[in-house]
Structure formats: C-alpha cells, structure tokens
Design a protein around this ligand. Sequence first.
Ligand code: ASP
Length: 330
Amino acid sequence: MKRRNFIKNASLTGVGIAVGSTLTSCAENTSRDSKATAIVKASLPLVISTWDVKNATAKAWEVIQTGGNALDAVEQGCMIEEANEKGQSVGKGGLPDRDGNVTLDACIMNKHGDCGSVVYLQNITHAVSVARKVMEDTPHVMLAGKGAEQFAISKGFQPEELLTEASKEEWKKWKVKAKYKPIINIENHDTIGMLAIDKNGDISGACTTSGLAYKLAGRVGDSPIIGSGLFVDNEVGAAVATGLGEEVVKTVGSFLIVELMRQGKSPQEACEEAIGRIVSKPNSNYKNFQVGYIAVNKQGETGYYSIHKGFSMTKFQDAKNENIQSEHYI
Ligand code: ASP
C-alpha cells in the first residue's frame, strides 16, 4: 500500500480531468459525467473503498456474493484492515498520538440511516464492530474514550495492546525530530472508508482510522463524525472521506456529497464540488494537505476526487476488481 506518504508525494502541477464510471450492464442507469458527456451504465452489487485495500474490499465482496447484506460486508471488510498490523493507520498497529497512545475513531451506517460511532477508543482492535454495537445495542450514536472501551469489553471485545513494536519505533524516531507543537498535517494519515450496495440494492458504509499520526492527545477527526467522515442515505447514495479530517468536518463533506447527489449531481460531480468547497475558501491552505472522497449513488455509479495526486479507490463490481487512481484538483 502506497498510502502513507501521499501528502509528501503530492504533485502540485497539472489539473485533473475527471472521467466518470466506465461500468457495464444491469441497472441501465444513465447520467452525465462532470467533465465529459459520457453515458454511464452501472451495475449492482458493488463495494468501493478508499485507498488500495484489495484484501479488505475482497472480504466485503465475498460477504455480498454469499448472500450477506451491505452492513455485514462493510463491517467485515474494514475488520481486515483493522487487524492488519502492517497498515499503520487503522486498528492494531496504528501510529499513536504525540504521547504514544493509539486512539481509534470509527463509524458505521445502515440502510435505515441508523448509525453508531466510537471516538478516542483505546485497546480494542475492531473499532468498527464496536461502532456497530453502539448502533444496535444502545440508544446512542457515539461513545467516547473510557466509556467506549468499557462498553466494548462488556460486549465481549478483548482488550489488547495496539501499539506494535514497529509503530513504537516510528514514533520514537518522530519524537527525536519533531518539535512538540500542534501543527497538523505535517505527518501521515489515512483511513479506510468502505461503501457497499448489496444484492437487494441496499446501501451501507463504514470507516475506521487511528487518525492523524502524532496528533495532539485527545484530537478527534472526521471519521467518527456522521455526515463528515461518512454519510449514507439508502434512497440516494453514500460518501466517505479520507485525509485531513479538520477540513472535512468544516465542510461536512460526506453529507454534502449525498445532498448534492439528491439534487441530481452524479457521484463524480458531487465529489468534485465537495473538494471545491475546501479549496475555494479564501484562506484555504489546500496545497499543504490532502482530502479525498469516494461516493456511490443508488444506481451504482461511483465517483472519486481528491485535492492532490496519489489518492485511489478500490472497486469490486461485476467480475472485476481494480484499484483506480483518483482524479485530483492539483
Ligand atoms: N480522516 C482521518 C482523520 O482526520 C485521517 C485520514 O483519513 O487519514 O482522522
């Protein structure tokens, strides 16, 4: 996975040319692409994820292919990445905050618009599953910190050390070089966000992250904030974000994308407009940070857009699976 250095590698030249989905068969939906008048045909079911996460997306696809629903698919897909210690941005092995604590944020949404989320969760690998329990077993939407951890343990989740030796070593090296002050987005970050449409045509989504590496202790990003990091409306579509969460929160990006699709925009057009809202702010510092979105509408058309080069979307649809480099603003 080449996800971790995307800010550093971001090209500052060239304007991306957006092309829409090039899908085949089935649902016979058509729509206008944002920068080309392509006829788009989409097919269902499908799973899309932020970044190059083939194993995770394949798991979700398998769940759907064997008759599972979209909610089970996105949860089980995200769990693959949470358990992958080598991916140092999600679940076990995630890079810690400046004080060496690994703290996880995650959320999930189902076809009814129900949602659950966990914030600043420690010592539990499968944050996405705890978020699902919050949604299904409590009258609440969000649980944070110790309360979230205690809730998870009460539901049978096993506490474990999330800071792996490899992540600890990287943190120690960072501490030697870094000035201990709250400058955001000088370090790496990533999130797995996943959206699925099952064989019944129902949509669910999830996202899970350890947030910005070396963040200030207590910092929470967009990923557990419903409407910012993720939004699902089963009548319209869904969107999920990755990148500098502060900028996503300020523009309520995922909700914005779904509302734009409701008003008739394609997923591609909606993602582009959400990025546009960020970069067009008078004081926007967008050359120095990354945000990326992926989206899908009810018909199975997909879109993706980021500020910088380097972001990608993994897609399983029809008999095909692919990792596609995202279109980008600069
Ligand atoms: N959006 C996440 C956050 O800000 C991090 C990421 O996607 O890399 O916490």
